[in-house]
Design a protein around this ligand. Sequence first.
Ligand code: GLP
Length: 236
Amino acid sequence: MKVIRVQNQVEGGQVAFNLLKEAMADGAKTLGLATGSTPLAFYKEVVASDLDFTDMTSINLDEYVGLAKEHDQSYDYFMRDNLFNAKPFKENFLPNGLASDLDAEVKAYDGVIAEHPIDFQILGIGRNGHIGFNEPGTSFEMTTHVVDLQESTIEANSRFFASREDVPKQAISMGIASIMKSKTIILMAFGKEKAHAIKEMITGPVTEDLPASVLQKHDNVIVIVDQEAASELESL
Ligand code: GLP
């Protein structure tokens, strides 16, 4: 893993944006995208740029089960609000959290990923080391699946909802096996609450107890961290 230390999230977004520009110049056609607060500065850079995405495909990592696309906390809404409304793509894929048959939905999503191999994957990381919504204990072999969210994740995400009870208890997430097939992976982390997960991801054992540690086995991962998120790392 290559680690790039930055001063803050804004600089991190610029670094990630420059990597995206290079990847697109090299022919990247499919972007794997993430939600959460971490990629926001990156999306701002993208929106402010003159990059054209009308020939590009995006595939998002995950979506809550039970939220309509119109719900302002759905990941579909987040992506339109922060990127897609300003930068139209050829096609945007997100799991459908309202699918009546979730088994069929996860299979269909695996089909989408198989059809559009991901060239450039953006990742954040949960405080417990989750990527997408792959919580600790998730098999590295998993493809798209329905996840029961951990209490700590529900707690962390409750800040976006009116009350804790409103946070969905399940999500559909791309699996670790699918994430690992991406050609390039950019993982960003900002803030002290990510420091432990970052340390374990980079220097700890590769274990399903810390899903992001699997990235040690991928040969093209770039980690962008601010000083706080890097604070538990020895100087690398
Ligand atoms: C959420 C998302 C992840 C995200 C993570 C961190 O639960 N499913 O994709 O990386 O948690 O969120 P944030 O960037 O807001 O810290």
